[in-house]
Design a protein around this ligand. Sequence first.
Ligand SMILES: C[S@@+](CC[C@H](N)C(=O)[O-])C[C@H]1O[C@@H](n2cnc3c(N)ncnc32)[C@H](O)[C@@H]1O
Length: 228
Amino acid sequence: MEIDVLTLFPEVVDVLNSYGVIGRAIEKEIFSLNSINIRDFSKEKHRKVDDELYGGGCGMLMTPQPLHDAISWAKKKDGYVIFLSPQGQVLTQEKLIELSKKKHLVLLCGHYEGIDERIIELDVDEEISIGDYVLSGGELPAMVLIDGIVRRLDGALGNDNSVLEDSLSNGLLKYPQYTRPRDFMGLQVPDVLLSGHHANIEKWQKQQSLEKTERKRPDLIKQLKNIK
Ligand SMILES: C[S@@+](CC[C@H](N)C(=O)[O-])C[C@H]1O[C@@H](n2cnc3c(N)ncnc32)[C@H](O)[C@@H]1O
């Protein structure tokens, strides 16, 4: 898979090239990441990429010309353009899995007051938000999206299939997990996990997963009931 990020701050996105699972996926050639500076496409004097708003209002807006040219340059035939925006559908695990099947994504990062609406009409396939709050730029949302997608790519986590059991993969939160030592400050690892009895362990994990979800995210249980 290939992801191109269109941004005014390529150096922020470039940090991912040497970051954990993503860095290793790039080394293994499972995934490639390019950051593209939108400013390089500006035909204005001093490579300007923003202007005042028609109709008034404070702040500046990203102008359409550099955005349109950058997208046209980056997008391949099977490319899918996503604008990171607080106005998009809120990102879910399901959406990450869907996007991890695409061959080429172009992620567009806004800044200032955002981007000229005509770019959304002309060039954007989908708007995605990472939550109902507003950040100052689309770079961190794009990086969140990339991390979530890359760990779903075949081979990105080596032979580790734990992504299939991650929280939210089956609509529930994952059961509590423990490692050494058995006793930490008087708190013990549950006996069943030390028993070696696989059927009992599995039963305990399922029960715990359900209880934890009911306690922390009752909304997820409601959603599951609605699907059934
Ligand atoms: C300050 S915001 C612009 C908000 C815009 N004026 C509005 O009210 O919808 C600047 C940029 O940050 C990014 N951004 C901010 N919050 C985001 C979120 N929750 N999810 C995804 N991108 C976000 C978008 O790319 C946006 O264009």
